[in-house]
Ligand binder design. Structure first.
Ligand code: PLP
Length: 444
């Protein structure tokens, strides 16, 4: 076998080579076409090969691609920070630019801790997260993640941060039913704060809609209002990890707008540049920055590539494209069309237990039996098989973490926001064929 040099996710496995992309389609070097129903890793929000972004990229490269943030600022970085703030209801956020979602959540954690240090409360240094969560792969971000599979190898190096139960109504971890439960999973946060002591807790972090660690787990409408009240009563900052949900994906610019709650800090990534360049952001509300401005006047973090003008110009072009083409609204309308089609499809497929999500962040959860909601045994590898079957048919799907973390077996359905109704029809047709093929294989 030819010696390889690139470390790919599964070593020794052949990977197709993609040569180009346009809209919701990718094309490999063997002439095969793929309908990208996962936007890569829920990233390519505006689709592939958008000329306006390519032009903005070339224009900025023709001026300057890199300046060091400790020496200079740049027009694109300043404009992007203002733009992100302008997109929020309160328009009172600062932005710290980084290169990945992991860095964005980890920076949020560090700024939250620094906020309390500057206020003379250095013991407030723990961050509470939820079981079935994913906030990133770096050590700080992983310390805040409930993702057992990704934590396992590094557990001894991770900070001892507490986790609380997620609002996973389809398989309620507290065996309750909404609304009679009165959102008991939120009370789990209050109980954890009481147990640990608010004087030790800097922040609570949550994905507005859980992505990779559970499959579009969507809380009841009043969940986040209750969470925010608990945080405020206990002097704890609320970090919304909008790395997957942010910049239009769920049919609002920020998913937290669905719930009428303004987070103290927001982490962004993925759709912010739609994959055209690596850039991510930690957005910080004025009141969180205030003690830092009055104190050390410097956020203790930073990366060489932070706020580079090239990436900032690309992210600005992506956001302008989303606004100019009304793609936030499109995520809502096309999401409604897609979820209705998936629900209709599910009626005739008994191994589908749940179809859920908002906008174009949707998921399908698979079960052996609809009444007992019994999971497939791990060796059935149900989601892997469906994703593989879809791949062969030229349809790209994204797996959620699966049963290891207490979640069910789910796949995400999250195509670019530019998808048309005809392309959605093709997506659902290929997906249905793939699921039915695997259903026949496993029941044979
Ligand atoms: N936060 C959430 C909610 C994510 O879904 C991810 C990635 O999947 C991350 C953080 C980490 O982002 P990145 O892979 O860009 O480091």
């Amino acid at each position: 076998m030819k010696r390889e040099h690139l470390i790919k996710p599964v070593l020794g496995q052949p990977y197709a080579i993609i040569r180009s992309g346009k809209g919701v389609f990718l094309y490999d070097d063997q002439g095969k076409t793929y309908l990208d129903a996962s936007s890569g890793a829920i990233t390519a929000g505006i689709g592939h090969g958008v000329q306006e972004v390519i032009d903005a990229m070339a224009e900025q490269a023709g001026k300057v691609s890199f300046v060091y943030r400790s020496q200079f600022t740049s027009e694109p970085a300043e404009e992007l920070a203002k733009k992100l703030s302008d997109l929020t209801p309160g328009q009172d956020y600062w932005s710290f630019f980084v290169n990945s979602g992991s860095e964005a959540t980890e920076t949020a954690m560090k700024i939250a801790i620094q906020h309390w240090q500057e206020r003379g409360l250095p013991s407030k240094n723990k961050v509470i997260s939820r079981r079935m969560s994913y906030h990133g792969i770096t050590m700080g971000a992983l310390s805040m993640s409930g993702h057992a599979l990704r934590r396992r190898r590094f557990i001894s190096l991770l900070a001892d941060y507490p986790v609380v139960e997620p609002p996973y109504c389809y398989r309620c971890p507290l065996q309750k039913t909404y609304p009679t439960c009165q959102i008991a999973c939120a009370d789990d946060l209050a109980a954890a704060i009481q147990r640990i002591g608010a004087e030790h807790i800097a922040a609570f972090i949550a994905e507005p809609i859980v992505g990779a660690a559970g499959g579009a787990i969507t809380p009841p409408d009043d969940y986040y209002k209750k969470i925010k009240t608990i945080c405020e009563l206990n002097n704890i900052l609320f970090i919304a990890d909008e790395v997957m949900t942010g910049i239009g994906r769920t049919g609002k610019m920020f998913a937290m707008e669905h719930y009428g709650v303004e987070p103290d800090l927001i982490a962004l990534g993925k759709g912010m540049s739609a994959g055209y360049t690596p850039i991510a952001a930690t957005m910080v509300k004025d009141h969180v920055m205030a003690p830092i401005l009055q104190g050390s006047r410097s956020v203790m973090s930073g990366h060489t590539f932070s706020a580079n003008p090239q990436s900032a110009a690309v992210a600005l072009a992506v956001i302008r494209y989303i606004e100019g083409h009304h793609l936030v609204h499109a995520a809502h309308t096309r999401g409604s069309y897609l979820i209705a089609k998936l629900q209709t499809m599910a009626v005739g497929i008994p191994i589908i237990g749940d179809v859920r999500g908002k906008g174009l962040l949707l998921a399908i959860e698979f079960i052996q039996d609809r009444v007992s909601k019994q999971l497939f045994p791990p060796e059935a590898a149900i989601t892997t098989r469906i994703i593989d079957a879809a791949f062969h048919k030229g349809l790209l799907m994204y797996p959620a973490a699966g049963a290891i973390d207490g979640a069910g077996d789910a796949i995400l359905v999250a195509p670019p926001l530019v998808i048309t109704e005809a392309e959605i029809d093709l997506l659902v047709q290929l997906l249905e064929e793939s699921i039915r093929q695997v259903m026949v294989e496993i029941t044979d």
